[in-house]
Design a protein around this ligand. Structure first.
Ligand SMILES: [Zn+2]
Length: 389
């Protein structure tokens, strides 16, 4: 399947059925039913492990009218699944609107951008975030949220506010105004409000916000759950679903990108394999030639490639140790076995090779020249694989 994020499979609801984290959801359901959960929780865990989906599930559970909450059938659940529940408010980082000035205009522009994005998600719930743009949860957004909190809930007993990727509450004019405005709301909600914050970088939140929340850690999804999601929601073939799930490290978002054979992530994985081949097979000249294929700018765009390369090296290490069952790039097991047979790497060599990639990742984050950093890394890798270290 070339483009695995198909429009045609979209169910009537805008939120895919929630899978995984069964034990955690049992505890949350009990705590919500008994009113034991504080008004503000922070769901934190690795990117793509389902934090915002879980936040929606919690909102549905809280507002569902039936005993088996969330029933996904009552009016409240159905509206929530279509992202149309008037008392569930979902906020997330957005690019700053261009050419808009003035407080009221900015607030208006950000609200309409948020509704536009919700509309896109209704049309295609599996749509991934467009990357590359700087996004934030700006003070104007928190002001809009606060206005909403001052209104009475439309049908439910309380508002549920979901603030996704809350680490994007950005400081403006060198002061953390947006975060402070939200903090005030968390401290003194004007009416019945529940707040569910999510973050993959909880350390970046203001301490004062973190201390107002009950942190709940969401672990990565097991590969079986990711694979089941891909088969049931995207009509993926079981073998390709298993392969994308293994590569995803427990993230449905990442798995979707691997399922799409034309995605940037799939391309990064293929290019990383070519680099590994250059480092393990070719002569130094071939490695230089590979490095020259990279442009001289835009190192940060190589971060996916370097992350994929680290994974390939870990897989090679696993095969060298006879642990083929730990390989995530399982579709290339025969290449990995033949390379492992030739190189016979020790765990120390594998660790050193991964370190070289991590050094390159640090340089790429600092926007170093990609040609230079890739060629230096390839030579280090060749030395390491050749045992000259
Ligand atoms: Zn329901």
């Amino acid at each position: 399947m070339a483009n695995a994020i198909p429009q045609r499979d979209i169910r009537k609801s805008a939120m895919p059925r929630f899978r995984g984290h069964e034990g955690l959801r049992r505890s949350l359901r009990r705590a919500l039913a008994r009113g034991m959960l504080p008004g503000t929780v922070l769901l934190h865990g690795p990117p793509g492990c389902g934090k915002q989906s879980l936040a929606h599930w919690m909102a549905r559970t809280r507002l569902c009218a039936e005993p088996d909450k969330p029933c996904d059938r009552c009016g409240s659940c159905r509206r929530a699944l279509r992202l149309e529940h008037p008392d569930i408010h979902w906020y997330f980082p957005l690019p700053r609107p261009k050419g808009v000035s003035g407080r009221a205009k900015l607030e208006e522009a950000l609200e309409s951008a948020r509704h536009e994005r919700l509309g896109e998600l209704r049309a295609n719930p599996l749509r991934t975030e467009p990357g590359g743009e700087v996004r934030g949860i700006y003070l104007a957004v928190v002001r809009a949220l606060r206005k909403q909190a001052h209104r009475r809930p439309a049908t439910a007993e309380e508002h549920v506010f979901i603030v996704g990727e809350a680490e994007h509450l950005v400081p403006q004019e060198a002061s953390p105004e947006a975060a402070n405005a939200l903090l005030k709301l968390l401290e003194e909600p004007p009416g019945p409000c529940r707040f569910i914050l999510t973050s993959s970088k909880p350390g970046s939140l203001l301490d004062t916000i973190r201390s107002r929340t009950l942190p709940i850690r969401i672990p990565p999804l097991p590969p079986e759950s990711v694979s089941a999601f891909l088969v049931e929601e995207c009509d993926a073939q079981p073998a390709e679903a298993d392969s994308a799930a293994a590569l995803s490290q427990g993230s449905i978002g990442v798995a979707l990108r691997f399922l799409d054979s034309s995605s940037a992530l799939t391309e990064a994985r293929n290019r990383a394999l070519a680099l590994l081949r250059a480092a393990t097979e070719g002569k130094s000249g071939a490695a230089y030639a590979r490095a020259l294929e990279f442009s001289a700018g835009g190192a940060r765009s190589q971060l996916d490639l370097l992350a994929a390369l680290a994974l390939w090296i870990r897989d090679l290490g696993a095969v060298c140790l006879g642990r083929d069952d730990h390989v995530v790039n399982a579709d290339q097991l025969s290449f990995l076995r033949s390379a492992a047979g030739r190189l016979r790497l020790s765990p120390g060599q594998v660790a050193a090779a991964v370190e070289h990639v991590e050094e390159a990742q640090a340089l790429a984050s600092g926007n170093a020249n990609p040609q230079l950093l890739i060629s230096a890394m390839l030579l280090d890798l060749k030395d390491t694989f050749g045992g000259r270290r």
